[in-house]
Design a protein around this ligand. Structure first.
Ligand code: ADP
Ligand code: 3PG
Ligand code: MG
Length: 385
């Protein structure tokens, strides 16, 4: 795939799409991995191009309140510090073209602010894509984490101006491609909360794996499909039948939790450990327990390749971090080549001290799963055309 190295950017205005969708709690960035990993491309553009325009999304924008909570200003400040260079931050009230002419590097406010108006960014609105293309001469997609979305700032703009991928994207494609021919046994461990996004992908991956372990909020749709009372746990109503069928067909391949920590809400300070058949009806499952970890260890101990996507529990609350922490330690102690995917999974791995300890920590969650299916990602379809 054509990269920023292969395209002429000299004297050009280069617009770089990054994925700066980083976890932020109480106005503090919890993990800046996605920002740090974007630096090589941005620095290369600063050194070789005329102007650099940076765009990204942050969170999901449905209301005005979401806009208040998801400004990219704080990310701009962090990036500026990391690069040790001034970056002009522009809101959509500013005259953006004039700011680009006055500054070397400009970063735009959260591109999903356009979602407030008919989901213009997320639904790949043609006018928005045109507007973005009017700001630049060259488009660089370095936003691996969001490249499975058919958005104006990913697919749309890439059809309108000369385009290429950045270094982060290149590394992701190279490393994740190794999973197309994994050394066996190959195990995928799926967790996290973007259930409806990720669940449908399982049937396309299940034939490639020796075992599929399901933890996190992902597990509860499967458990409910087995007629287990999951109380108030998160699940995906639309996919209950799908999970039932999968379980019927692949009973021996799919590993589900045997015990979970439950509580009445995700911010709780209390938890109790119950066997999976004993989840109280007024509580939700928020982490996995010891028996589940033992079962996972048993099933992955001889694996040669392991792909983990999604945390095992709601680890941002220390109370529910037990499963995520211990699962990382179990993976670290196998002899397998381990690849971890997902913004939140990557945050967890870094938070618990595994920054450079696995073969690859991908910045993409849903995107890495989609990639593993062997499908061309929407945001990459028109790159270099
Ligand atoms: P990734 O970013 O790694 O792809 P997701 O975005 O799918 O993962 O999910 C991450 C989120 O899942 C985390 O914020 C975590 O709190 C949440 N989570 C994990 N397990 C549960 C659970 N049992 N119930 C609710 N949320 C959960
Ligand atoms: C992610 O964090 O997985 C990416 O930034 C994509 O975010 P989205 O699921 O809101 O599109
Ligand atoms: Mg996530």
């Amino acid at each position: 795939m054509i990269t920023i190295r292969d395209i002429n950017i000299k004297d050009k205005k280069v617009l770089i799409r990054c994925d700066f969708n980083v976890p932020i709690i109480n106005g503090k960035i919890q993990d800046d991995n996605r920002i740090v990993k974007s630096i090589p491309t941005i620095q290369y553009a600063i050194d070789n191009a005329y102007k650099v325009i940076i765009i990204s999304h942050l969170g999901r924008i449905k209301t005005k309140d979401d806009m208040k909570k998801n400004s990219l200003k704080i990310v701009c400040d962090r990036l500026s510090k990391l690069l040790n260079i001034d970056i002009k931050f522009c809101t959509y009230e500013d005259d953006i073209k004039s700011e680009i002419s006055k500054n070397k590097i400009v970063m735009l406010e959260n591109i999903r602010f356009f979602d407030i108006d008919d989901k213009k960014e997320s639904n790949n609105d043609e006018q928005l894509a045109k507007y973005l293309s009017s700001l630049c001469d060259v488009y660089i997609n370095d936003a691996f984490g969001v490249s499975h979305r058919n958005a104006a700032s990913t697919t749309g703009i890439s059809q309108l101006v000369p385009s290429a991928i950045g270094f982060l994207m290149e590394e992701e494609i190279n490393k994740l491609s190794e999973l197309f021919n994994p050394k066996k046994p190959f195990v995928i461990i799926l967790g996290g909360s973007k259930v409806s996004d990720k669940i449908g992908i399982i049937s396309n991956l299940i034939d490639k794996v020796d075992k599929m372990v399901i933890v996190g909020a992902m597990a509860f749709t499967f458990l409910k499909a087995e007629n287990i009372d999951i109380g108030k746990s998160i699940f995906d109503e639309d996919n209950l039948n799908y999970c039932k069928n999968l379980l019927n067909k692949y009973k021996d391949k799919i590993i589900l939790p045997q015990d979970v920590y439950v509580s009445d809400n995700i911010n709780s300070k209390n938890k109790i450990l119950v066997d999976i058949e004993n989840i109280p009806s007024n509580m939700m499952g928020l982490d996995i327990g010891e028996k589940t970890l033992d079962k996972i260890t048993e099933n992955i101990k001889d694996s040669k390749t392991i792909f983990l996507n999604g945390p095992a529990g709601a680890f941002e609350n220390e109370v529910f971090s037990y499963g995520t922490k211990n699962l990382l330690s179990i993976l670290y102690n196998t002899n397998a080549k381990v690849i971890i995917g997902g913004g939140d999974s990557a945050s967890a791995a870094i938070k618990y001290g595994y920054k450079n300890k696995f073969y690859h920590i991908s910045t993409g969650g849903g995107a890495s799963l989609k990639f593993l299916e062997g499908k061309t990602l929407d945001g990459l379809k028109y790159i270099g055309e």
